[in-house]
Design a protein around this ligand. Structure first.
Ligand code: GCO
Ligand code: MG
Length: 408
């Protein structure tokens, strides 16, 4: 790219190979194509419209090499800033432009980010079971596949379906696809708090001390409940306890931090460094979970990483099957080149997803690598993608036993 290239088209590909994905395709006059993930699970069409109707017309004619200028232009120029729809859209443009810059220079993006600081990236995956025996079987299966780090989630006695428990093949992340609206689930915190310590202790007992064991509370506790759970789980030696309490008010984590040393991870629903700022600068968390899809792309994730590094907070980006292989690849380019990147979530994908999104990144022996293809190393098979039309899907809604809505 001579610095005289220009963007000639920005198109949005919505496809649903097993689940909905939204991908931005930017094309330049010199024939370069860049891809950016724009998937916001359960609200996909909002981002597709933000990109198609409001961003794409502004991109045509711009210099694709000016990644940071385009980020500032889209972030500040919209006036209405932050939030998941806006930042997923900005992130998609950012990923696509980094992809183009890599292709123009013949370099994998991690080389443009300063080169590798590690040889490979530790991965963690999900194991779940409706009861503890089936959870232990799932943990064993993931370890047999080479994973050194596993997130364990189980059903809760007395409850029906709860977050994080699915016995579908690896790579199954809700929503369930139907046009009628969210499933509703009953949640009972007391039953969960009675069950979680013994469930996780059973996993630790079964797996031994070497397994990096993670658990996701998924925003469902109050700070006081989170403090009690954290203290109860200290003997289990978790790698991290995730989203212990809703963190829109970041200051409530001060209470949790005062009462427990369990490592805390928060950030997957955050979209900019400003939502994580207090958590990081007051060291209220050990890991920040923001991801390239929903937090403004590679350019902004690196800002979050830089702030986190000053406070010795490490990155453990969100990476379920509802961010696309494009985003996973982009996260791995950041992971290979960022000193305080600790671990990458990786649920895997159903086989058809790997066919639609052909990628250079790879998994082996509990670790991931972005590959050395120029750019992000992912190409979308548009003809195959077109065979999987969008289907409305909703994340579940949880209600307490008294009928009031709570966090799912
Ligand atoms: C995780 C997340 C997911 C989210 C999902 C929402 O830790 O991977 O909590 O399970 O619920 O990404 O779309
Ligand atoms: Mg989570």
């Amino acid at each position: 790219m001579s610095g005289t290239d220009t963007i000639v088209a920005a198109d949005v590909v919505v496809t649903s190979p097993g689940r909905n994905f939204v991908t931005l395709k930017i094309t330049t006059a010199e024939g370069l194509v860049g891809w950016g993930d724009a998937t916001l699970n359960g609200r996909e069409l909002a981002v597709a419209s933000y990109l198609r109707d409001h961003v794409a017309p502004l991109l045509v004619g711009r210099d694709p090499a000016r990644i940071e200028d385009t980020w500032q232009y889209l972030y500040r120029g919209a006036y209405w800033r932050r939030g998941p729809v806006t930042m997923t859209s900005v992130g998609a443009v950012d990923l696509a432009l980094w992809d183009i810059k890599g292709k123009a220079t013949g370099q994998p993006v991690y080389q443009l980010l300063g080169g590798a600081v590690r040889d490979r990236i530790l991965a963690y995956t999900h194991a779940s079971g409706w009861d503890v025996p089936r959870l232990l079987d799932a943990v064993d299966a993931r370890r047999e596949h080479g994973f050194l780090a596993v997130r364990a989630q189980s059903g809760v006695p007395g409850l029906g379906t709860v977050y994080g428990v699915s016995e579908a093949a690896a790579g199954h992340e809700r929503p369930d696809r139907h046009g009628t609206g969210p499933d509703e689930e009953i949640w009972d915190t007391d039953a969960y708090l009675r069950h979680a310590p013994e469930m996780l202790a059973a996993v630790r007992e079964h797996a031994g001390p070497g397994l990096k064991l993670l658990h996701d509370t998924h925003h469902r506790l109050t700070p006081g409940e989170a403090a009690r759970l954290g203290r109860a789980l200290e003997p289990v030696n978790l790698f991290w306890l995730e989203d212990v309490t809703p963190a829109e008010n970041q200051e409530v984590l001060r209470h949790v931090r005062r009462h427990t040393t369990v490592p805390l991870a928060i950030g997957e629903v955050f979209n900019t460094v400003w939502e994580c700022q207090t958590l990081i600068t007051e060291q209220l968390i050990d890991f920040v979970r923001t991801c390239v899809t929903h937090a403004g792309g590679i350019s902004h994730l690196r800002r979050i990483a830089a702030l986190a590094e000053i406070w010795q907070v490490r990155l453990g980006p969100h990476g379920p099957s509802d961010i696309s292989p494009v985003a996973l690849g982009a996260s791995l380019h950041v992971g290979l080149s960022t000193p305080n990147f600790a671990i990458q979530e990786y649920m895997g994908y159903e086989p058809v997803v790997h066919e639609v999104f052909r990628h250079a990144w790879s998994y082996e022996d509990g670790h991931l690598h972005p590959g050395d293809e120029p750019g992000l190393g992912i190409e979308v098979d548009e003809a195959l993608a077109a065979r999987f039309p969008y289907e409305p899907g909703y994340l579940p809604v949880a209600r307490r036993r008294d009928g009031s809505v709570t966090d799912w």
